[in-house]
Ligand binder design. Structure first.
Ligand SMILES: Cc1cc2nc3c(=O)[nH]c(=O)nc-3n(C[C@H](O)[C@H](O)[C@H](O)COP(=O)(O)OP(=O)(O)OC[C@H]3O[C@@H](n4cnc5c(N)ncnc54)[C@H](O)[C@@H]3O)c2cc1C
Length: 580
């Protein structure tokens, strides 16, 4: 076996599928699932808490071949890139996030091989996923090691020979002992990648179903994604040949996992978008049919502007980060985990927005939303997992805040000032996309970070994590402005979602930019004042442009009206082009 001397990132990104092939896959996916799993069947499986293993296998076989999107052409796949994967994951989530999770688990499970495996391992294992539809599971989490994977206790002990020297290929075999928790496809997978502590450090091992000593617990009784199989794994004296050490070198496991977070978290972000939008689509449809007080709910501003419009704006802000990050990964910028912070922002915003949107969709359906047949309560239960797995929201807040805090310190505060200047420059050329307000959000952010530095306020973990949220909002406002600018000018990427036209995106961007500016200014002030010494609090908060952010709310209701008009395909009630 040839050891992989450096972890590979060569397989991330690239041109991906051509547009025709992507659209064919998206259509086939919708048609396949509609035929296999009509809504009544989905509800029944959810109620009975059953994973339709046959459907999962059919999706990953010649019948549909969705797994081929995630496998490079060199190993028998279609060679989809990050953008393709996002579009496919969002479409799967519209149908059922549990089913999507099963497919995603194969992608995640085979990922350590793709990223860190030897060429022989890639050919063998990825080839088996492509040709035989082998289902994978990804075994990282343990009962006592969730967010903190370094606390793992699963061990891999060389039986004879080991691979701690990177120049030396592994030889002999390993004996693995431990337990893994909450593993998607845990009791249906054909193959597992298991993270275990070897003498040289955390390492991935390939373990085949049926290996002596490997067993799984009965599936978990879960709140949501009940069509997905989740089970604990037991590894009792499981012996695997040294060829099954991923990459042939010990100690690279955590690096291999972290390297692809920018990419894998985009897929979960896509689940948040798909779940959130499916719930919104249902609420929008329902509100045109449900008449109360003499007119449809869709005509009531107090309904649309609370339960629909703000959620749509947050979903689309998250989408802007997802699409931008996917494009950058595909252009080769994601090497070595370079875009992990952007991936974290995308997942954090999309999954929180998806969860909030699904919750609002229950409210939008009234009592009917609280019952099973309307499906929004199921979507709400399903989408909830996306804020937990693949990095909880709190861990993502920490990831985002730590990285951007370093940028703020390194650039002596210029990081967000420069970004604000770039976004403000867009306002001159195109004053209708909310760029001035998004720039204000970034100005406020620079001010809040500086106040935190001056007062040494990030000693409080809560302040640090709240900064993570404010950073995500301000950066998303900037991404949405860039997207609205592209839609109105050079055009969106050819594979981009096209739910909104340029005028609609501009209105959505104006609404979200105002929310971001208010959030950063008002909540930023709250945490600065709340954490500072009483004497210093007023001084620290003094430099924040609170008056300007309040003034920027002018026109908000008219823009929310405009977004509602787009969503309900009505004649517009307010100008969608330039505004003063
Ligand atoms: C349905 C389902 C499917 C899953 N599938 C897989 C899978 O296929 N493979 C796999 O390996 N894992 C899987 N997981 C595990 C999932 O990734 C973990 O549940 C997740 O990483 C959180 O770990 P934990 O549950 O141990 O929670 P903990 O890490 O104990 O966290 C509990 C709470 O504390 C917060 N917290 C944790 N650390 C900190 C900190 N330092 N500061 C502040 N707050 C903190 C968290 O945000 C969370 O709110 C799955 C989980 C579920 C429920």
């Amino acid at each position: 076996m040839t050891p992989a001397t450096t972890p590979s990132t060569a397989h991330l990104g690239g041109a991906g599928l051509d547009l025709g092939t992507l659209n064919l896959m998206l259509e086939a996916l919708g048609a396949f699932v509609a035929a296999e799993l009509p809504e009544e069947r989905v509800l029944e499986l959810d109620h009975q808490d059953v994973c339709p293993e046959d459907t999962v296998r059919a999706m990953c076989s010649d019948a549909l071949g969705v797994q081929l999107v995630f496998i490079p052409e060199a190993y028998g796949g279609l060679g989809g890139n990050a953008f393709d994967s996002y579009r496919v994951c969002e479409r799967m989530a519209h149908v059922d996030i549990g089913l999507g999770t099963s497919v995603f688990a194969t992608f995640l499970g085979s990922d350590p091989v793709l990223m860190g495996g030897t060429e022989e391992q890639r050919k063998e294992w990825l080839g088996r996923v492509a040709e035989q539809g082998v289902i994978f599971a990804y075994g990282a989490t343990e009962p006592e090691a969730g967010s903190d994977l370094a606390a793992m206790t699963t061990v891999a002990v060389p039986v004879d020979g080991s691979a701690t020297d990177p120049e030396q290929p592994a030889s002999g075999s390993y004996r693995i002992n431990g337990r893994k928790q909450w593993i998607s496809n845990g009791s249906i997978a054909d193959a597992y990648t298991v993270l275990a502590m070897a003498p040289g450090g955390p390492s991935w091992f390939l373990v085949e179903r049926g290996t002596v000593g490997l067993s799984s617990a009965p599936p978990e009784d879960k709140h949501g994604i009940r069509l997905s199989n989740t089970a604990a794994l037991f590894l009792d004296d499981v012996v695997v040949p040294a060829e099954n050490l991923v990459g042939g070198v010990e100690g690279r496991g955590l690096t291999q996992a972290q390297q692809v977070f920018g990419y894998t978290r985009l897929m979960v972000a896509a689940f948040g978008l798909g779940g959130g939008w499916e719930a919104m689509d249902r609420a929008i449809r329902y509100s045109t049919e449900r008449v109360q007080g003499g007119s449809p709910l869709s005509e009531k501003q107090g309904y649309t502007h609370k339960l629909i419009v703000p959620h749509v704006a947050r979903l689309e802000a998250a989408r802007a980060v997802v699409e931008e990050t996917a494009s950058r990964i595909d252009a080769g910028e994601g090497v070595g985990g370079a875009l992990n912070t952007e991936g974290a922002i995308a997942k954090y915003l999309a999954t929180e927005a998806g969860t909030a949107a699904a919750d609002a969709a229950i409210q939008a359906h009234g009592g009917y939303g609280y019952t099973r047949p309307y499906l929004v309560e199921k979507i709400r239960r399903d989408v909830r997992i996306t804020t937990i797995y693949e990095g909880t929201s709190e861990i993502l807040e920490m990831t985002i805040a730590r990285d951007r805090w370093q940028q703020h310190l390194k650039t002596r505060g210029a990081y967000y000032q420069d970004l604000a200047a770039q976004i403000r420059a867009l306002h001159g050329a195109r004053p209708c996309i909310g760029a001035d307000t998004a720039a204000l959000a970034l100005d406020c952010l620079a001010g809040v970070l500086e106040a935190c530095r001056a007062g040494r306020l990030t000693r409080n973990q809560h302040v640090l994590l709240r900064l993570g949220e404010l950073i995500a909002y301000a950066e998303a406002a900037a991404a949405l402005v860039r997207r609205a600018d592209a839609a109105a000018g050079a055009g969106l990427p050819e594979k981009a979602d096209r739910r909104f036209d340029a005028a609609g995106l501009a209105a959505v961007s104006r609404v979200f930019a105002r929310e971001a500016a208010t959030k950063v200014a008002e909540e930023g002030t709250r945490w600065v004042v709340g954490a500072a010494d009483p004497g210093a609090a007023r001084d620290l908060a003094a430099g924040l442009p609170l008056d300007a952010t309040r003034a920027a709310q002018t026109g908000l209701i008219a823009d929310m009206d405009a977004v509602a008009d787009v969503l309900y395909a009505r004649a517009t009630t307010s100008p969608l082009k330039d505004r003063p």
